[in-house]
Each structure stands twice: as structure tokens, then as C-alpha cells.
Design a protein around this ligand. Structure first.
Ligand code: URA
Length: 232
């Protein structure tokens, strides 16, 4: 595979950026500086380094974005900005898609990948992946609201939700951890108790944490996080 293709396929540099890095002598293959984009690398055997650090070829890309409000969890939308639009334009060709959806007015952690099998597994209700959210509600919620939601309750469409966990921060905010992801689930759970979600932020997906990544920004998953995601 061409060295510039190698870097663009793993989403590290566009071909143009790669040409600049090559020119500056930042890229080596098996210890030798490589200057030409057409230089062929064997992805199984060759050791490719950028700036002295080994860069491994990866078939799939895993990214975490901190979705702002007003952005939709889709790959394309005629009207609204999408989570994929938060990435640099050259990453478009990686065909990344969001693993699961947050509502347009929900903020926080969304994982983007082009690994369809792992995304499918991570979303499968059989795998019970925990998704944790910070929430604020309009009216005070009582211990009986907390218990009713935690035990699972019947929504207006007849669906009975799976048990979940709520940790109260105060009368109007807390954390809720779900292992399923039904449409507007948290809003409907509080709606069923005559309350209203006024702010919702996903703060973790399994053991992958949003942390202090600023709103609207993105980062690659670490190797550890990739393992968590692909084994979910
Ligand atoms: N539950 C909701 O109601 N909305 C979300 O975006 C996620 C979970």
C-alpha cells in the first residue's frame, strides 16, 4: 500500500498533509526516511513511524465526539449539522457513522466508527452496554419517582423499560445509567412521572468516558478504549 494511502486510511493525515510530512522527513519506514507518497509499505511487516513514534495500520477508525446541542446523530442531513460534520472534511471518506443516536438537544459522548460489526454489538440489547447520562429536570423528583424509573415502567406506547440506576445529585438533577436505548427513553421515563428533562448529557459509554473533551471537539479512542468498544 502507498505510504500516503496508509496514513489517509487510518484517518491520521490527508494525502496532501502526508506529502508535507514526508517532505519534512517526519516519516520513516524500517528506520529509513521516506520522502515519496508512492513509496509502498507492507502493512503486515514494515515498521512505519511518524515523528519517531510507531504508527500501526488499522482497518477501522474509532472516534469520540462531544456532541453540542443542535447537531444531529446522523451522517448526512439536508438541514442540520451532523456529528460527522464535527470532523475535518478529509475524514469524510472514512465513512464513519455514529454508534447510536442522541437527540438533537442532547449533548455529550457519541462514538463514530466505520466498524459495523462492533457498532452493532455495542448497540445490541443482548450486550447490556451501560450508557450513563447527567440529567436535569424541571420539577423535583421524589424517591418514589426514582424507584419507579429504576424498576422499569410502562411508557405511553405500552413498552416496559428495563431496570436502570439513578444517582441523585439534588432534587432536580442526577445521573441515570441505562442498558438499552429506546427512542427518547430518558425523556419518556421522566415524562411518565409528569416531569420534564431540561438538560441531558451522555457522560459515558461502557467504561469509555467523555472526560473533559470540550463540546464540539473530537479525539481518537485510545487502544484501551478501542478494546472496550470492540469487545462490548
Ligand atoms: N434518552 C433520551 O431521551 N434522549 C437521548 O438523547 C438519549 C436518551
Amino acid at each position: 500500500m502507498r505510504i500516503d494511502k496508509f496514513f489517509s486510511e487510518i484517518g491520521k493525515f490527508s494525502r496532501k498533509e502526508c506529502a508535507e510530512k514526508l517532505k519534512k522527513g517526519f516519516i520513516t519506514v524500517n528506520g529509513e526516511i521516506v520522502k515519496k507518497g508512492e513509496f509502498k509499505v507492507d502493512i503486515e511487516k514494515d515498521v512505519v513511524c511518524y515523528n519517531g513514534e510507531v504508527v500501526k495500520y488499522k482497518k477501522y477508525v474509532y472516534i469520540l465526539v462531544n456532541k453540542p446541542t443542535g447537531v444531529v446523530s446522523a451522517t448526512e442531513d439536508g438541514r442540520d449539522k451532523t456529528v460527522v460534520d464535527l470532523l475535518p472534511p478529509e475524514m469524510k471518506k472514512l465513512n464513519l457513522f455514529p454508534c447510536g443516536r442522541l437527540d438533537k438537544d442532547t449533548v455529550g459522548l457519541v462514538i463514530l466508527t466505520n466498524d459495523g460489526v462492533s457498532a452493532h454489538n455495542a448497540l445490541s440489547p443482548k450486550h447490556h452496554v451501560e450508557k450513563r447520562y447527567y440529567f436535569e429536570v424541571a420539577d423535583e423528583f421524589t424517591d418514589s419517582d426514582k424507584l419507579a424509573i429504576e424498576n422499569g415502567l410502562q411508557l405511553a406506547d405500552g413498552y416496559t423499560t428495563k431496570p436502570c440506576k439513578i444517582e441523585r445529585l439534588n432534587d432536580k438533577s442526577g445521573h441515570i445509567t441505562l442498558t438499552e436505548g429506546k427512542y427518547h427513553e430518558i425523556k419518556r421515563l421522566f415524562g411518565a412521572r409528569r416531569n420534564k428533562i431540561t438538560f441531558l448529557e451522555r457522560v459515558s459509554f461502557s467504561k469509555i468516558l467523555l472526560g473533559d473533551l470540550p463540546r464540539g471537539e473530537w479525539r481518537y479512542l485510545t487502544e484501551e478504549e478501542e478494546k472496550i468498544f470492540t469487545n462490548a
